[in-house]
Ligand binder design. Structure first.
Ligand code: ACK
Length: 373
């Protein structure tokens, strides 16, 4: 596969443009491990259009990857070569694909991911001031609680292409659980009652508040990055706050294209899936499109409004599809205006065609005072 890939890239002339020798990359500290690989900070010398030394992020597969993981990683790189640049999308800078270890070289985005940031805001809410009322209403947020609400850390599940049985069992990996038809890793209802209670406790006291203009701006920036991908008919398939990175000037960058595909894509393999961000047709029929990304965007809006809560905390994986098909949706975050909640509900319409495009979402969210795109 790899030989064919390299051959194809050379035929297209793409390998020459983006290919970097391993000697030009010095791998630094580990930034983190995702479900599909790991990312290090690194220095790169003389990248394309970037003479001298540049701090970059380098993604590579975990040790001893399976053949299909290698193939997927290389096709991810292949796809990124054609994406172009946008300030709300992590920029692809180069790659090492002639021989292993295969490396994907990306723009370094230094302030961590949006989910962590939102959760830190929740903790810090006692020190912040609510300055504007665009995204949220003036709703009390935690002040004197020391414990943050308990949240489910399960983001991905393994789902067989034809498998609709979503009962799960924990694999011990906090980010992944595999389907085997028995049990659930979700906490009991009693635990949820306690969780809900602790959230209410946390919101009782109101000393300081949030900058919701910033939250609104986050929503807008993500819509802007996603409409850029939508325009190129790229389906992200794993849009979630944990996959949006923050730059030092608070620019958001959509990252982790590990699952991305061109156009409408039907999943045929067993793979880990971000169940709670998936649309009904993505879970049930394995069909992904920009409109399933729009559904995920609605969940991201909800993550912003809840300052990083985990979706559907009281619903087990197996219960999710019946829950959604019965017309239920995530509840309005308390700090979120009815207008923004209406946008979320539009993102979660059962018929994908009825959901808005990212372009429409961007235009709705864009402040009326903006004169230029
Ligand atoms: O949440 P983080 O701090 O941001 O930890 C994860 C980790 O690598 C695994 O995905 C971080 N990461 C991913 N891409 C980049 C990037 N382009 N720049 C900086 N950090 C990154 C991500």
């Amino acid at each position: 596969y790899v030989d064919k890939y390299v051959e194809k890239s050379h035929v297209l002339g793409l390998a020459d443009i983006f290919e970097v020798p391993h000697s030009a990359i010095q791998i630094g500290r580990l930034l983190g491990e995702g479900a599909f690989g790991r990312v290090h900070e690194a220095t790169a010398i003389n990248l394309r259009r970037m003479r001298g030394t540049t701090i970059v992020a380098v993604k590579q597969l975990k040790p001893n990857p399976k053949a299909d993981e290698v193939a997927e990683f290389l096709s991810e790189i292949e796809m990124l070569k054609g994406v172009g640049t946008h300030h709300n999308v992590v920029c692809f800078l180069g790659c090492c694909t002639i021989k292993p270890p295969y490396l994907m070289i990306m723009e370094y985005v230094g302030q961590g991911n949006l989910q962590t940031y939102l959760r830190s805001l929740r903790k810090e809410a006692g020190k912040l001031k609510l300055r504007n009322a665009n995204y949220t209403s003036c709703r009390p947020i935690s002040a004197n609680s020391t414990s943050s609400p308990k949240v489910s850390s399960v983001n991905y599940i393994e789902l067989k292409a034809s498998n609709q049985t979503l009962d799960v069992q924990s694999t011990g990996d906090s980010n992944s659980i595999s389907t085997n038809g028995c049990g659930s890793s979700q906490p009991s209802r009693r635990e949820f009652a306690e969780t809900t209670y602790s959230i209410v406790e946390e919101e009782v006291s109101f000393e300081h508040v949030l900058d919701n203009k910033e939250l609104h701006n986050f929503a807008l920036q993500i819509a802007n990055g996603m409409r850029f991908l939508e325009e190129q008919e790229i389906t992200h398939r794993d849009l979630a706050a944990r996959n949006v990175l923050i730059d030092s000037d608070k620019t958001l960058k959509i990252s982790d294209f590990g699952l991305s595909r061109h156009g409408i894509y039907t999943n045929t393999k067993t793979r880990k899936l971000p169940l709670r961000w998936l649309s009904i047709e993505a879970i049930r029929d394995n069909v992904y499109s920009s409109k399933s990304d729009v559904w995920a965007y609605g969940v991201v809006l909800w993550e912003i409004g809840t300052l990083g809560a985990s979706p559907y905390p009281t619903i087990s994986n197996g219960e999710l599809i019946p829950f959604l098909l019965a017309g239920n949706r995530l509840e309005r975050p308390e700090i979120c205006t009815p207008q923004v909640y209406t946008i979320m509900l539009q993102c979660w319409l059962e018929d994908p065609e009825e959901r808005p495009t990212f372009d429409a979402l961007y235009k709705v969210l864009r402040p009326k005072t903006a004169y230029v795109d």
